[in-house]
Each structure stands twice: as structure tokens, then as C-alpha cells.
Design a protein around this ligand. Structure first.
Ligand code: EPU
Length: 340
């Protein structure tokens, strides 16, 4: 596809919070080669470069004095079949959920718990997407990216990517350095359903599924998400707006004296992950609005745009929610989506 560069381009339809912002320069990227061409002929030199995939994990504060690259690289294929796994690769622009369903249709299980997460394949490693007991890092094999520093295509393995809870190299020291063009996954042949989450177990039970297939787990998760989380196409949002905060075991013990019902998940390192949605609800912000934005009535961790909001509206609400949780629980919330 032809490479076209545009000036002063609106981004409202390209971010799922539907925040109004314009890009100084904008191009759609349909292949890694196209991206390399742009980099090597120096088109990006002197510009701040901002990469957009599905726009489902960004908050646009306002107009971007930047060169915005909308990654639309298509394609997915089996790369190799090993004794114990299938290695499957997808272009960074492929819709995440469509890719999950493609793998399941082929009989390659492993991504079912991550069904219906909005966004693209290329964005998924950046925040190490996770849901219902599975994180992308557990299924990740490697990714390909253009290194803006060297102008080369590089392949990065799992260790280099430094995955952590909703975090990776790409949100930390290498932020802005790599543009992901394709991701490959290691989907296990020795598969078992991950159904520890109460919501998942209940949904499967409701359908009489004691030994569900990967596709049945996917269907169950689609049902749960449709019930709980707002569809960005109908009520603009970016999923969880804050990370679930992690506190020490000592701090958790102190908190449970006052809040014995505090939902929590012990972590492998002995720390405790708290439910930000519960903290926000208890602090009085579930279903509460400031102007055109609010915390979703069915899931207080999701910030929604009821219509016409700006980035400033979003940040004002986020500040108020953080302050209320800090005041009530002494726990600091950290924003999850990337602020642009
Ligand atoms: N809760 C409340 N009130 C609320 C929301 C939640 O009391 O308004 C309580 C729930 O009752 C439950 C606990 O908080 O006891 C946890 O809630 P839930 O199971 O809905 O999950 P979550 O911790 O709020 C996380 C992820 C989601 C992921 C789900 C399922 C983060 C930041 N969020 O949400 O991911 O889908 O678990 O695994 O880790 C996302 O990252 O955008 C996202 C949607």
C-alpha cells in the first residue's frame, strides 16, 4: 500500500476514549518495509514519534506536536510446529481479539483468557496485557521491531522485554525507541484451562462445562467482559484506568484491621495486590462523574467518556479519584494507560 503522510490530522476516531486531538504529521504504516523506508530516508528526524495501534490504552492530553504513526501491519501465520508448542506470528496491526479467535479456530490454545481485550497485537506486549489469571508474557515468544536508534529491524526475546505486571521495557527505559512490527507467541500443546478466577469458574459452571475447551473458556470470558466492561464503541473508555496497587504484607495487615473485606491477591514475592476498583468504590467514586467523564457504574476502575470530554477532563477526574483513595486508604494509585 502507498505510503502517504498527512498534516494536521484528527485523532478522535483513533483513540477509544474519543478524546479530541490532532497530529502535526500522520501516516499509516502497512508493512515493516514501509516503516524502515520512512526511518531511513530521515522523515522522522527532528520529530517526536508517537505510535498508535488500536488507541485503546492511551490518554491524549491535547494536540500532538509529533509524527503519529498508525500501525496497520496485517497478517498472521504458523511459523513452526515444535514437539510441545505452536509458534504463531501476527502483524502488529492485527486486532488482538481477532488474532485470539484465529488461534483458537486453528486448534492452538493458550490465549483464550485474553479474549476481547481491545487493541492490537503490536500494543499487547507494551503493557503486557493480562486478564483472568493469564498474562501475555506467559505465551510470548519474541517480537520484531524497528529500532529508531539504529534504523534496523531487531528481534527481541522474552527476557529482553522485561515483562512485569502491566509493564515492560517499552514503557520503561526503551520507551519511544522501538516500533513493534510483529509478535510471535508460543502456544502450548500440553494445554490446561486456567479457570481459577471466581468469575470464570462460575460462568463455566452456569453452562455445565466442567472440562471446557479453549474455545469454551474464550466464550465464557467474552460473556463476562460484555457484562462487566463497557464496549468502547458505545461508551468510550480504555479499560482499567489504574493498575491494581501492590503493597507489602505488613501494609496489607494494617489495612485489613480497618477493612477486613479488602479483596486481594498474594504475589509470588510475598507482596499483596489490592483491587483498585474496590478501593475506588469504597472511596465513593463508582458511578460518579465530573463533567463529561466518570468512573463506570458497573466497574469503578474504568473511566468513561459520556461524550465531549477532553484530556483535561480525564486528568482532572483521575486526580480526584487518586486523591480520594490516598486519603481514605493511604494507597497511591498509578495510572495504567500511557499519557501522550
Ligand atoms: N470491585 C469492586 N468494585 C468495583 C470493581 C471491582 O468492589 O467497582 C472488586 C470486585 O468485586 C473484585 C475485585 O474488585 O473483588 C477485582 O475486580 P475484577 O475481577 O473486576 O478485576 P480488576 O482487578 O478490577 C483486573 C484487570 C482487568 C482484567 C480483570 C480480570 C488490572 C488493572 N485490571 O481488573 O484488566 O480484565 O482483572 O482479570 O489489572 C485492563 O487492564 O484494562 C483490564 C480490564
Amino acid at each position: 500500500m502507498h505510503l502517504a503522510v498527512f498534516e494536521d490530522t484528527p485523532l478522535t476516531d483513533l483513540n477509544t476514549l474519543r478524546l479530541p486531538a490532532r497530529a502535526k504529521r500522520y501516516a499509516e504504516i502497512h508493512s515493516a518495509e514501509q516503516l524502515l523506508k520512512l526511518v531511513r530516508r530521515g522523515d522522522l528526524d527532528g520529530h517526536r514519534v508517537v505510535v498508535l495501534g488500536g488507541g485503546s490504552n492511551v490518554v491524549l492530553r491535547g494536540d500532538l506536536d509529533a509524527f503519529v504513526l498508525h500501525i496497520r501491519i496485517p497478517g498472521h501465520a504458523l511459523v513452526s510446529e515444535l514437539d510441545d508448542a505452536w509458534i504463531v506470528r501476527a502483524g502488529a496491526g492485527v486486532s488482538w481479539h481477532e488474532f485470539v479467535r484465529f488461534t483458537l479456530d486453528q486448534g492452538w490454545p493458550g490465549l483464550e483468557n485474553l479474549s476481547l481485550i481491545p487493541g492490537t497485537v503490536g500494543a499487547a506486549p507494551i503493557q503486557n496485557i493480562g486478564a483472568y489469571g493469564v498474562e501475555l508474557s506467559e505465551r510470548f515468544f519474541a517480537l520484531e521491531a524497528v529500532d529508531l536508534r539504529s534504523g534496523q529491524i531487531v528481534s527481541l526475546d522474552k527476557k529482553i522485554c522485561q515483562f512485569a505486571y502491566r509493564d515492560s521495557l517499552f514503557k520503561q527505559q526503551a520507551a519511544g525507541r522501538f516500533i513493534i512490527t510483529a509478535v510471535s507467541f508460543r502456544l502450548p500443546k500440553q494445554w490446561y484451562a486456567v479457570t481459577d478466577y471466581a468469575d470464570v469458574a462460575n460462568e463455566l459452571k452456569l453452562h455445565g462445562l466442567s472440562e471446557p475447551t479453549a474455545m469454551e473458556v474464550s466464550d465464557a470470558i467474552v460473556n463476562i467482559r460484555r457484562r462487566k466492561l463497557p464496549d468502547p464503541a458505545l461508551l468510550p473508555n480504555v479499560g482499567s484506568f489504574f493498575k491494581n496497587p501492590v503493597v507489602s504484607a505488613e501494609r496489607f495487615a494494617e489495612l485489613t484491621v480497618t477493612w477486613p473485606k479488602l479483596p486481594h491477591h498474594p504475589q509470588n514475592d510475598g507482596s499483596i495486590k489490592l483491587a483498585a476498583g474496590w478501593l475506588i468504590e469504597q472511596a465513593g467514586w463508582r458511578g460518579r462523574n465530573i463533567g463529561p467523564v466518570g468512573m463506570y457504574e458497573k466497574q469503578a476502575l474504568v473511566l468513561v467518556n459520556h461524550g465531549g470530554a477532553t484530556g483535561e477532563d480525564v486528568l482532572r477526574l483521575a486526580d480526584n479519584v487518586c486523591a480520594a483513595v490516598l486519603e481514605k486508604f493511604g494507597v497511591a494509585l498509578e495510572q495504567e494507560p500511557v499519557l501522550l
